[in-house]
Design a protein. Sequence first.
Length: 264
Amino acid sequence: MLSPYDRIAVALSGGKDSAALLHILTKIEERFPRVELIAITIDEGIRGYRREAIRIARENCKKLGVEQSIFSFKKLYNHTLDELAKIAKEKLQLTPCSICGILRRKALNVAAKEVGATKLATAHNLDDESQTILINIIHGDIWKLARVEPMITRPFPGFITRIKPLCRIPESEVAFYAYLQRIKFQESSCPYMRDTLRSHVRLTLNRLEVRYPGTKFKIIRSIEKIRPLLKGLVEVELKYCKICGEPSIKGTCRACEILSKIEN
Ligand code: SF4
């Protein structure tokens, strides 16, 4: 995933996974003097939640001596997630998490480019990845299913290669590491994280894992076997979004599509 000359942008939210990832990458970086680390934090604008996360993220960066850049939905998109969530529910029947995921993915690419990163590291763990696989199967979204991979790279200028170094580590082990290393992280959950499909899938997978240990690993391994077969079917050429200029599979990227529907 990494080369000795990378400038790695770490998506740092203030939660345990990204705080642990930053900690681990800082340790690895010590052995590679040409590698540079920079934390990028996205402020979605979630009242009563994100402010604390940003404070903790800032403290972690200070402690580890890592530079941090903060990018907000408000600045990038003119709206906070709280503002968008209300309108999107009425107009588009979209959940806050769906909008948040789409806008954050784009924000991370924009931010990674702005800080001159060669790689964008996110802290998706085994639980996140196995949940995403099941959700994509439930939605019948083959294209997204094929894209659940540890490293997403596209030979397209403006697309920053994404890596997920923790994608085979169970969430409980990441949490254990964070506690053992006395890493500070935000313990409260996002107020929007209720009654979503992901929360049901999470619960189901956790139950299955207790009864049939290894279930989450097996889901990942299954997709590793299936992915080469899907690739040919879903391979698409990237283009630049005609509104924002970001890499997109369609003429207008999903984020601009949603924003223009909300604003008009
Ligand atoms: S729970 Fe949903 S709304 Fe909250 S940060 Fe995560 S994706 Fe965004």
